[in-house]
Design a protein around this ligand. Structure first.
Ligand SMILES: [Fe+2]
Length: 288
């Protein structure tokens, strides 16, 4: 990896992908982080997907609901369509399935710590006082995509101080329906997700889901473990991170100082308990 000066500070250029602010990290071998993430998914979430959850969300006043499991965590599903462009909402059945109480949040923080990525990015994160802070943990699932949606996950001022991680839960060997990205010259390439490898996005990294479809449709979507994390400086967080992740990707998240907060959709559902009930959303208290 090379470091290069950019208008907004330091940027990294990936030596193979030749693109800005993207890292690929080999994850610890099977039996550790990814196996635990897959176990939570298979036990607490997959049965709902097989029963048609993603399509059923369209029938609700808001396309979200809670999923509760006795032993493998509590989650909040939000169907997002295309994550950043409402006009492309129908081009994908993307959904975020986020941790939804503190116990589940802590279980996923353990998984995050096992991946070793906090250490991998620490020297790129500034300001950094104590440690790289985990903000949110979720799964991204999608079974089809008909149109590209080019975007960077973070605003330009974020640089390499906040990151999104994506790691596939299984090998997905479709020829398309992978990741498209633009290199430093603006040329489009395909990145193929690999089991055991995480890809990390900072600011400036332009990417899109590649159009395509999962072989077995919405009951067996491509599923990715996803973390957002970065600076533990509260001022940096409020300016650069909160505006990006405080909307509706999850109901709760954790700020740079470790405090648990409701997102905008979390506040909305808390204020309108009738709406929450009609969506099968449980407004779990933040502190338990
Ligand atoms: Fe993205």
């Amino acid at each position: 990896m090379w470091l290069a000066a950019s208008v907004s500070g330091w940027a990294v250029v990936h030596p193979v992908l030749n693109a800005p602010n993207v890292l690929t990290v080999k994850l610890p071998p099977c039996g550790t982080a990814m196996r635990r993430a897959k176990e939570h998914f298979d036990r607490a979430i997959l049965p709902y997907l097989e029963a048609g959850l993603i399509d059923a969300l369209d029938e609700q006043p808001l396309p979200c609901r809670s999923l509760r499991h006795d032993t493998h965590g509590n989650f909040f599903v939000m169907k997002g369509g295309s994550s950043t462009d409402p006009t492309k909402a129908k081009s994908s059945d993307l959904a975020w399935i986020s941790v939804d109480d503190l116990d589940t949040w802590r279980a996923f923080r353990d998984i995050f710590e096992q991946t070793g990525v906090a250490e991998a990015v620490a020297r790129l994160v500034s300001p950094l006082h104590r440690q790289v802070q985990l903000y949110s943990s979720f799964y991204v699932v999608r079974s089809h995509c008909t149109d590209t949606n080019w975007h960077a996950d973070w605003p330009v001022g974020t640089g390499t101080s906040a990151w999104t991680l994506l790691a596939p839960l299984e090998p997905y060997d479709t020829s398309d329906f992978q990741l498209l990205y633009k290199d430093c010259a603006g040329v489009v390439h395909q990145y193929r997700y690999e089991e055991g490898e995480a890809i990390l996005f900072g600011s400036h990294f332009m990417h899109s889901t590649e159009p395509g479809a999962a072989r077995r449709g919405a009951a067996a979507p491509h599923a990715f473990l996803c973390f957002t994390f970065g600076s533990d400086d509260l001022g940096f967080y409020e300016e650069h991170v909160a505006p990006t992740i405080s909307g509706y990707q999850s109901r709760i998240l954790v700020a740079a100082d470790g405090s648990v907060r409701l997102t905008e959709i979390g506040e909305y559902l808390e204020k309108d308990s009738a709406l929450a009930r009609s969506c099968q959303v449980v407004n779990t208290p933040l502190l338990v």
